[in-house]
Design a protein around this ligand. Structure first.
Ligand SMILES: *[C@@H]1O[C@H](CO)[C@@H](O)[C@H](O)[C@H]1NC(C)=O
Length: 181
């Protein structure tokens, strides 16, 4: 085997495939998260980067791929949160909290188990956007319990916030594809 060839081709593989790819993937994630955060004071840049970079399925990393990652994370979060509330409801709570948790379960049950990825893959971004807006409305209803204040169900504050952050990511990305419509 020709050593000069194998070393230079190794280098080339490294340079052409690995290096620019990884770099640009990180850039796209950070760039997207930065844009979302720029006019949303409650948006958590670090959460956004951490969530979108941890992609076990290795989606194609362009903005469209990030939207799909966000959507899948969001749906998994809704399912996880619904399960969590069901576990919480097995324990004893004071009446007010019990009522609040049950209400949250009702709100999340309305959107749990829905799979919007086929719509997303079909580029029906407007429909995805409407449905994820619905998720955000239900999250807000759980979190505020019809008051004007968030965090009304302390046990769910973190879960609600994750769902809110992930919804915001998906809403931003889908809306960005609708610019010309
Ligand atoms: C929701 O998503 C975030 C970010 O990916 C993750 O850290 C968290 O564990 C998820 N929560 C649930 C309940 O799945």
């Amino acid at each position: 085997m020709n050593h000069t060839f194998s070393i230079s081709s190794l280098f080339l593989i490294h340079f052409l495939i690995l290096f620019p790819h990884v770099r640009s993937a990180n850039d796209i994630v950070r760039d997207t998260c930065k844009k979302i955060a720029s006019d949303r004071p409650n948006f958590k840049f670090d959460f956004c980067v951490k969530s979108l970079e941890a992609d076990p399925e290795g989606h194609k990393v362009d903005v469209e791929g990030l939207g799909l990652i966000g959507l899948k994370l969001l749906q998994a979060n809704i399912t996880g949160t619904t399960e969590y509330i069901k576990q919480l409801l097995k324990k004893k709570w004071e009446q007010r909290l019990l009522k609040a948790l049950s209400l949250c379960l009702e709100y999340y049950a309305l959107v749990e188990g829905e799979d919007y990825t086929p719509l997303y893959k079909a580029k029906r971004y407007h429909e995805v956007n409407i449905r994820v807006s619905g998720v955000l409305t239900n999250e807000d209803s759980c979190d505020t319990q019809e008051s004007r204040k968030g965090g009304m169900v302390p046990l769910l504050t973190k879960h609600n916030d994750d769902i809110s952050q992930l919804s915001t990511i998906v809403l931003f990305i889908t809306a960005s594809f609708l610019g010309g419509e």
